[in-house]
Design a protein around this ligand. Structure first.
Ligand SMILES: [Fe+2]
Ligand SMILES: [Fe+2]
Length: 288
């Protein structure tokens, strides 16, 4: 992968930065908008800044439309959920293997915390699969096309998106048809009509679409849309269904962010439980 495609040491560096911005001590379970949530104390690392510069520069409407086409489910074969979790685990990064969790361990920490709180089985399963779309990295997509906060393309960028100062480098910013409040959309059209910047969230949503309840699909599709679920931006594109469903996106977020501990879950011990849970919702193999 060329260096321009990979300014971060590992894709976890992006998640560490999300944690820096939204520390657990500031978490409000009712999802109230609070400007003070933004953590301006510690500045982002230069690699994270560079990552967002690339992300905001290259995530255009045209880029997103092309990726939606390229990654139509089926274009990357038929695979089981578990085999894709193992495939994702082959993602080797340069960070310290003694302190960092593997990809499967992050998924299991998320899902085990959901299970411990007594949530329904589809919610636990959602925790386990929510990041499987990161396999995009293994198909040579650049980091800025896999992770990072997501945002709508095809309309004006909100200044609630992290590092808004980089958006003038995006060609869409200079397109008068796209750089208006609504751009190509209609007021309250609903997020399903809105193209989001491309990454692991949207890809996994498309893969899981036919198999999970609507709440689960919202969690998967919008879990990195921090400008909306933490900052309240882009409400004018939402419909009432989105607003209702975003309660679930907010319910999911702390399990994703605040369950990282150094005690790694034992993958082989947990595997039978998850294989059974997967089989309850998914066929043996699904289209990727
Ligand atoms: Fe994620
Ligand atoms: Fe995650």
């Amino acid at each position: 992968m060329n260096p321009e495609a990979a300014p971060l040491e590992s894709i976890e560096e992006w998640e560490d930065d999300v944690l820096r911005r939204y520390p657990e001590t500031d978490y409000d379970p009712n999802g109230k908008e609070k400007e003070a949530f933004r953590n301006y104390e510690a500045p982002a690392r230069p690699s994270v800044r560079e990552f967002y510069r690339l992300n905001h520069t290259y995530q255009t409407l045209d880029y997103v439309l092309a990726k939606e086409e390229e990654y139509k489910p089926g274009n990357h074969g038929m695979h089981s959920i578990w085999s894709m979790a193992e495939f994702l685990n082959t993602l080797i990064d340069d960070s310290d293997p003694d302190t960092d969790l593997s990809q499967i361990q992050h998924l299991l920490q998320t899902s085990e915390a959901i299970k411990a709180d007594g949530h329904p089985r589809w919610f636990i399963l959602t925790g386990f699969i929510h990041d499987l779309g990161k396999v995009l990295c293994l198909w040579n997509e650049p980091q800025w096309g896999v992770v990072g906060d997501t945002f709508p393309v095809g309309c004006q960028h909100s200044d609630k998106v992290v590092f808004p100062e980089f958006f003038p480098e995006n060609p869409d910013y200079h397109n008068p048809e796209l750089n208006t409040r609504l751009g190509i959309y209609e007021e309250g059209c609903g997020l399903d009509k809105v193209h989001m910047s491309w990454g692991h969230d949207e890809y996994m949503y498309r893969v899981a679409k036919n198999y999970l309840p609507e709440e689960a699909l919202y969690m998967i599709r919008y879990h990195s849309f921090y400008a909306a679920h933490r900052e309240g931006a882009y409400d004018y594109l939402m419909n009432d269904r989105d607003r209702e469903m975003f309660k679930w996106v907010r319910a999911f977020n702390p399990y994703d962010l605040y369950t990282k501990s150094d005690a790694p879950p034992k993958v082989e011990d947990l595997r039978p439980y998850y294989e059974e849970l997967i089989a309850e919702f998914f066929p043996k193999e699904i289209a990727w």
